[in-house]
Design a protein around this ligand. Structure first.
Ligand SMILES: [Ca+2]
Ligand SMILES: [Ca+2]
Length: 117
């Protein structure tokens, strides 16, 4: 597998990293490279890759389904603008265009109950 992007995050807390929404793209492969030094000054490095999931139109809350919670999420965030529209899932933006409007209501209703790809 060939990684097509590299994400460098030096803000590791404990053994977890939270990557903010909008940083990673959909259906893209990233290289995960870590280096740690133990108490004996031994340096240990690992390389891993991971691939993000494809977009799921109609999933307004980012939990990979299309249900009543998505309708509620669109209505709660109706009128919000996330411009310019970065990749990722933003509350209420069911079609990923950066705005929460009637098109998002339609996106949820037309895909209601369908599984995400
Ligand atoms: Ca959902
Ligand atoms: Ca939208």
């Amino acid at each position: 597998m060939q990684a097509n992007k590299i994400f460098d995050n030096r803000a590791v807390v404990g053994n977890s990293v939270t990557i903010p929404a909008g940083v990673l793209g959909e259906s893209e492969t990233y290289l995960w490279f870590t280096t740690s030094i133990n108490s004996f000054a031994y340096t240990y490095s690992q390389k891993r890759t991971f691939t993000t999931l494809p977009a799921c139109e109609g999933d307004a809350d980012g939990d990979r389904d299309r249900d009543f919670a998505d309708i509620s999420n669109v209505l709660t965030n109706f009128g919000m603008m996330y411009q310019p529209a970065p990749p990722g899932v933003f509350p209420g933006d069911a079609n990923g265009n950066g705005a929460v409007d009637f098109a998002d209501v339609t996106a949820v209703l037309t895909s209601f109950g369908l599984a995400c790809p």
